[in-house]
Structure formats: structure tokens, C-alpha cells
Write a protein that binds this ligand. Structure first.
Ligand SMILES: [Zn+2]
Ligand SMILES: [Zn+2]
Length: 441
């Protein structure tokens, strides 16, 4: 293995609306099933979680940890902090990932935040009253090897570019410290292409992580780090600084090879609308009919696609892209000049199986059987030869995975909190499949 599949945004049982099972062992167990090599601890500002992770995690290399029982899964101290504050007469609500190089540095950040009176026990993802800029300054003052990534930057309610919560630019938000923002997280509802349209992101790294609230959602998006020198095939030897330097585009043993993405239409804020009023608008419809809901007369929740168009310097069309298949048939999407980090788009294995079998119980059984026989989920989705998939999982599964690898899927876009619906088979290929019973609420 000369690549590190990383998922650096997830939550523990101490965050609101998270499965009570989300302890370290659960996170490591699912990471191993999925084939994720490096995960975030999440939630390290929470005093109880901090105590637990400090007790259980052992340092492997500086800033990289592991649990005794799961040596194949490495951990990093990455957490999410929500800043809610007023700036230039507008209420801002923005989420950030905060990286700490060590428990000592994390402890200093926790002390500082607690000293301001913020209740860190209330939520694994605490809400604080500092501005985004102040938060960045605070962590950098404590240690120069801390790092901040604005998360899911397009979601309407809690993000840097959010239509209802953020700014029109990084500059406006982080002011004189903008140059320290070298990476942004796309979120489920946008993919790299949409972000390539934004001038400010031209020289910044685009990363993707799951924001999982339960084990099975781990790795629904991920970032793959690769070693610059192929000889360096001892992945256990990388450190926190190697990862950080790759995120800062500094010379490093590692660089970002590609990201693994959702089909962005599947995200729950891709298009605009009102869930309760059953109004869903495409970007074109918003332009034609306006932003007011015809049912309740209030403003629609403007989806990510519209928001991206508003801030785009230029529009990238399919013809402007380059699609390259590797030996496994996996399609990488590049910009024409190949200047940007490419990406692949996937549908989680469980979702694929649910479309094949029509029985949730059988899908679950098949999921574990396949992983048992073929290896981790990412290996199956991205790498395993088609013949092998067919031999173990049948022809329909092989066809489904081929459709995903070759981007031959249809997606009905999500809006206002409703997930989109992926259709892996066209009607011709598998007429008996009922996509309506997917768990998409
Ligand atoms: Zn968030
Ligand atoms: Zn409405």
C-alpha cells in the first residue's frame, strides 16, 4: 500500500445527533471495514472524550496515534468547532476543522477556550463566539503546527460560503490571515469541479471527508494521500507534519493523490427548495422563478449549485474536463490542464446492494460477506477486478460497480435537507429494481 485513505472529519458519541456507539473502537472497526487508513478522533475539545482518547491512543509517530487492537487504523487529533458571531452587521455561522499536532497542544487550546467561558461539555462540536479569524489566530498563537480547514464550505446554514451563514470570500472572513487557509472541505453537496470555478480556490487544496455521525457513514467521502517517492512504501512511518505539509502544498513526503467524492447531486443541499412545501428548483428554475417559495411565500433554501454559480468566476462544462480510466475501469476526473487534484465519485457499497436486492436485511448480510471474502469496501469499489467481484458477488453487482466506476449513474438532486436519489441502473438494464425504497429521508 503506497496510499493513505484519510477521513479527517467525523464525530464521536459526545456530539449531538451522533450514534451512542461512536467510541474509538467503533470508529476503528468501521475504518478497517471500509479500508480507511487514517481517521480523525473528532470532538477532542470535549473534556470526557479528550480524557478517553488520551488514555487509549498511543503515539506511533509525532501526531499520529493508534489503538492497540486496531494497528491498521491511525488517528489524528482533528475536531470541528462552530463559530457563531456577528460581523459587518450579519450573523455568521461557520464550521471549521481544527488540527492539533499533540495532546499537549490540544490541551492548551481546550484551556484557552474554556477560559473564555465556552461550554465545551455541551457538545463534541462546540459552538463558540469567536470569529473565524479570531479562532485561527488563537490556535496559531498556541502552536505553529496547528491548522484550520473551513468545512463543508457550501452548505447554506453553517459554512464559509453558505448562502444563509457565510461570506462571499475567504478574504472577507479571514482578512489578513487568509493566506493561512490553504485547504477547504467541499462537503457532500459539491464536488471539486464546482470548486474549480471559484477564483479564490485556484491555488488552494480541495479535500473531502465524511462528517460521519455513525460508523457506517465513515469514508462516504475521503482524501487519498500518496507518497511522492514510490520507494517510500512504509506508510506507517508518516507523521502529522507530512500530512500537514501536503495540505499546505509544502514540500513533503506526501501529496494529495485524489479525492473520493459523493455524486454531489446526492447531497441534501444540492438544489434549492422547501422540503415541507415540496418545492424543488434547479438553478435554472431559481433564475426564472425567483427565490421565493410559491407555497409559503418565504425565501427558499438556496442550494449549493446556485450558490456556487453566484460566486463563480467562470463555468466549467463537461467538455472542459478530462475523464481518464485506470486499469480497474475507475474514472478519474481532471481539469483540461491537469493542474488540479483529480477525483473519483462513488456510491457506498451498502447503497449499491440495497438497489440490487430490494431487501435491507439481505443487503446487510451481503455487505459483510463481500468484505469478508474480497477485502475492505474501498478495495471492492475502487480496485477489485470485475471477474473477482462477479465470482463472489454475482453479475448484477459487477455491473453495478462498473456503472459507478464509469460514472454511468443517474441522480435525482437533493434539496433543503432531503438527500438526492442515486439510480445505478437504467430501466433497461434492470427493470425490476425499485429505487423508491432506498432509505433516502
Ligand atoms: Zn459541520
Ligand atoms: Zn415554502
Amino acid at each position: 500500500m503506497s496510499a493513505i485513505i484519510a477521513d479527517l472529519h467525523l464525530h464521536s458519541k459526545f456530539s449531538q445527533a451522533v450514534s451512542k456507539k461512536m467510541g474509538l473502537e467503533e470508529i476503528a472497526y468501521w475504518a478497517r471495514l471500509k479500508g480507511i487508513n487514517l481517521v480523525a478522533t473528532g470532538d477532542w475539545t470535549h473534556p470526557l472524550w479528550f480524557r478517553e482518547i488520551k488514555k487509549k491512543l498511543k503515539v506511533i509517530t509525532p501526531g499520529i496515534f493508534q489503538l492497540e487492537k486496531f494497528p491498521e487504523v491511525k488517528f489524528m487529533l482533528v475536531t470541528e468547532i462552530s463559530t457563531v458571531y456577528s460581523h459587518k452587521e450579519k450573523l455568521r455561522k461557520i464550521h471549521h476543522l481544527i488540527f492539533s499536532p499533540s495532546f499537549e497542544v490540544a490541551e492548551k487550546i481546550i484551556k484557552k477556550l474554556a477560559g473564555f467561558g465556552y461550554n465545551l461539555l455541551a457538545d463534541g462540536r462546540p459552538t463558540i463566539g469567536l470569529s473565524s479569524r479570531e479562532l485561527l489566530e488563537l490556535i496559531m498563537d498556541i502552536n505553529e503546527n496547528t491548522f484550520l480547514i473551513p468545512c463543508h464550505i457550501w452548505t447554506p446554514w453553517f459554512s464559509l460560503f453558505g448562502s444563509r451563514s457565510g461570506y462571499d470570500s475567504i478574504e472577507e472572513s479571514f482578512e489578513d490571515l487568509s493566506t493561512y487557509i490553504t485547504a477547504v472541505e467541499t462537503g457532500l453537496s459539491s464536488d471539486p469541479v464546482m470548486n474549480w470555478q471559484i477564483k479564490e480556490l485556484t491555488n488552494r487544496v480541495i479535500v473531502s471527508f465524511s462528517d460521519a455521525h455513525s460508523g457506517s457513514k465513515l469514508g462516504r467521502e475521503a482524501t487519498v494521500f500518496v507518497f511522492n517517492n514510490e520507494q517510500a512504501s512504509k506508510p506507517e512511518a508518516y507523521s502529522f507534519s507530512d500530512i500537514l505539509n501536503a495540505l499546505k502544498q509544502k514540500p513533503s513526503r506526501l501529496k494529495i493523490g485524489y479525492t473520493i467524492e459523493f455524486f454531489p447531486q446526492e447531497g441534501k443541499y444540492h438544489w434549492s427548495g422547501h422540503r415541507d412545501c415540496r418545492v424543488r428548483y434547479s438553478p435554472e428554475e431559481v433564475l426564472k422563478k425567483g427565490k421565493i417559495c410559491p407555497v409559503c411565500q418565504r425565501q427558499l433554501t438556496i442550494g449549493v449549485e446556485n450558490r456556487v454559480i453566484e460566486l463563480s468566476e467562470r463555468m466549467i462544462k463537461k467538455d472542459d474536463l478530462c475523464f481518464l480510466k485506470n486499469r480497474s475501469g475507475l474514472t478519474f476526473v481532471y481539469d483540461k490542464e491537469k493542474k488540479r487534484t483529480p477525483f473519483v465519485s462513488i456510491v457506498p457499497l451498502m447503497e449499491i446492494l440495497q438497489q440490487i436486492t430490494d431487501s435491507p436485511a439481505k443487503a446487510e448480510k451481503d455487505y459483510f460477506r463481500l468484505i469478508n471474502e474480497l477485502g475492505p469496501e474501498f478495495l471492492i469499489i475502487l480496485n477489485t477486478p470485475y471477474e473477482k467481484i462477479e465470482a463472489v458477488g454475482g453479475r448484477t453487482l459487477k455491473e453495478a460497480i462498473r456503472n459507478v466506476r464509469e460514472r454511468e449513474v443517474k441522480v435525482e438532486p437533493g434539496y433543503d435537507g432531503v438527500f438526492g436519489k442515486v439510480q445505478i441502473f437504467s430501466r433497461k438494464e434492470k427493470p425490476e429494481v425499485q429505487t423508491s425504497q432506498l432509505g433516502l429521508f
